[in-house]
Design a protein around this ligand. Structure first.
Ligand code: AMP
Ligand code: ZN
Length: 125
């Protein structure tokens, strides 16, 4: 089990902490002791799953800098979720939006796992 630092407890008002707590409904596709995966409410691809650590970290830099073991568990969960969704053979895209220039809307680190069809070029305007 990954030790949680004091900074990694539930963050009041955080949408994804609310999903972890069961206060906000979500379509969960995979759960481990330290991670949760659920379908994005506004999918951008035929398969669009979000994978998060249950502990609250604002973004991938905060997570990796504070708990690299948990960061590794999150990446392992991403691969398992993708395989479980049937995306391993065709391939998929993993995105961690981080900060304002990336348009990060929810300040609880999450991997977007996108696939199920050709995704096209990774266009950034
Ligand atoms: P980001 O812009 O990287 O912060 O992505 C946040 C993602 O959370 C968006 O793709 C939203 O569609 C998704 N989202 C927002 N609210 C919910 C919710 N209640 N359940 C599932 N996904 C959500
Ligand atoms: Zn949170």
């Amino acid at each position: 089990m990954t030790e949680k630092s004091p900074a990694a407890s539930r963050s009041e008002g955080c949408l994804f902490c609310g999903i972890v707590a069961g206060d906000i409904p979500a379509t969960v596709v995979r759960e481990s002791e330290s991670t949760l995966a659920f379908r994005d409410i506004n999918p951008k691809a035929p398969q669009h799953i979000l994978v998060i650590p249950k502990a609250h970290y604002a973004d991938v830099a905060a997570l990796a800098g504070t708990d690299p073991v948990l960061a590794g568990e999150l990446l392992a969960a991403v691969a398992e979720v993708a395989a479980g969704a049937g995306l391993a053979d065709g391939g998929y895209r993993v995105i961690f939006n981080t900060g304002p220039n990336a348009g990060q809307e929810v300040a609880h680190v999450h991997a977007h796992v996108l696939g199920g069809a050709p995704l096209g070029p990774m266009v950034c305007r």
